[in-house]
Structures are given as structure tokens and as C-alpha cells.
Ligand binder design. Structure first.
Ligand code: DX5
Ligand code: ZN
Length: 230
């Protein structure tokens, strides 16, 4: 099946002192989404940025802002990110008391909704909500930090998630993205695409290189030979 493949550089590895400039640079280099990691030093052991910084980059953003909430609780902060310009808001099921309600809230706020699966979180959470989701995000590291190594088991999970996502898209005719986050690099992105991912978060692999355009082009070249998915 022909799929749209999207690269979503994670701003977590950008230079925060020059964030607007980094957003423009990575967009000009060919990014499809801006992945925006929100950590609260409670749900995950790190602290990053909130709606204020999302609103600050919004005027520089000509591509969708893909907000990844690693916060608990979730619902209080959702409207703030909608107002701050998020296009997609994803959250972890363990961080919400009422997963179905949170998905509804994200939609009410005019954003697309994603559910995020940690390495040890079973895909069972999808059973009753997949038809309401716009994105499924498979974590290939434990959340909290950039620059960690890809956990190989994520490939098996992506294959299983691909089947569930394809079946749901077949049922509803709606597009559901299958995103992967953590340790994605030029040298493994082909195998990750072959396992079924269509949207690729890459933080250190993009911002850790001097030429973002060359890195994103190298990723696309790997995707082009990854067997079928385009
Ligand atoms: C980790 C974050 C990731 C992180 C990815 O908790 O959700 O988005 O920035 O960074 P890399 O690509 O360096 O693993
Ligand atoms: Zn992320």
C-alpha cells in the first residue's frame, strides 16, 4: 500500500536559544511536522517546555506542530496547547484517568488526537478507541530524554500496530498515522519503515548534524528503498 511518509524532527535536540531560527531551518530542510516534546518531571523524569514556548514558535511554523505530551494529568493542559497552535496532541494512556474523555477533549479543541505507547505498554489500549484516533505513536525508547538507543522490540510492535491501524482505516476511510519516536537514525529508518511506521520522529539524528537538509534527504533516500511504502 502506498503511504505518505513524514519526517518529524524533535525540537528537543534543537538549540533552545535560537528556537524560531531552528524551526525555520528544519522546515526549509524538508521537515513535514515539528515534534514538540512536553515533559513535566512527574510523568517522566525530565522537564522541558510548555504552551508558552509552543505559542512562541507558532509564528515561525509553516508545518504542523505535533505535540507529544509526557505530562500527568493531561486534560488541564490540552486547551492551552490548542490555543498555542498545536495541530496534533498526543498523550500516554497511563497519564490520563479517562482516555476516551481526553481524546474527545483534544478533538473539541480542534486538534488531532494521538495515543502513545511506551515500550512496555500493550496495544490493548487501542481496542475501544482506535476509531477515534488520528495518530498512534509507538515509543522506541522509554520517554524522557533525547539521544537514547532504539529498542529493537519496537519493530515487532510496529508490525502489530500497522495491522490494527490498517484495519481501522479500512473500516472508517479516515487516515490514521503510525508514528515512531526514539532512536530513529539514517541507518535504521529503512527497517523501521518496513515494519510499518509512516511518520518518523528524529531529534538528535537531525539536530545533531550540521546540515539538516542533507540528513533529511538521506532519511528520505533510505525510505525510498524501504520496500513499498512511499
Ligand atoms: C523522548 C522524546 C523524543 C526524543 C527523540 O522522550 O519523546 O521525541 O526527542 O529523540 P531522539 O531522536 O534523539 O531519540
Ligand atoms: Zn516525542
Amino acid at each position: 500500500m502506498k503511504r505518505n511518509l513524514r519526517i518529524a524532527p524533535s525540537l528537543l535536540s534543537a538549540d533552545f536559544a535560537r528556537l524560531g531560527e531552528e524551526v525555520r531551518a528544519v522546515t526549509a530542510a524538508g521537515a513535514d511536522f515539528l515534534h514538540f516534546d512536553v515533559m513535566d518531571n512527574h510523568y517522566v523524569p525530565n522537564l522541558t517546555v510548555g504552551p508558552l514556548v509552543c505559542a512562541a514558535i507558532k509564528p515561525h511554523a509553516t508545518i504542523p506542530i505535533d505535540v507529544h505530551l509526557m505530562v500527568k494529568p493531561v486534560d488541564r493542559i490540552v486547551p492551552d496547547f490548542a490555543k498555542a497552535g498545536a495541530s496534533i496532541i498526543s498523550f500516554h494512556p497511563e497519564a490520563s484517568e479517562h482516555v476516551d474523555r481526553t481524546i474527545g477533549l483534544i478533538h473539541e479543541q480542534g486538534c488531532k488526537a494521538g495515543l502513545v505507547f511506551n515500550p512496555a505498554t500493550p496495544l490493548d489500549w487501542l481496542m475501544h478507541v482506535i476509531d477515534k484516533l488520528d495518530l498512534v505513536l509507538i515509543m522506541s525508547v522509554n520517554p524522557g530524554f533525547g539521544g537514547q538507543s532504539f529498542i529493537p522490540h519496537a519493530l515487532e510492535k510496529l508490525k502489530a500496530a500497522r495491522k490494527l491501524v490498517d484495519a481501522a482505516m479500512e473500516r472508517s476511510g479516515r487516515e490514521i498515522l503510525l508514528e515512531v519516536d526514539g532512536g530513529v537514525k539514517v541507518d535504521n529508518i529503512g527497517a523501521i519503515a518496513a515494519a510499518g511506521a509512516d511518520t518518523f520522529v528524529a531529534g538528535s539524528a537531525v539536530f545533531g548534524t550540521p546540515d539538516y537538509r542533507a540528513t533529511i534527504a538521506a532519511m528520505r533516500a533510505q525510505l525510498a528503498t524501504a520496500g513499498g511504502a512511499q
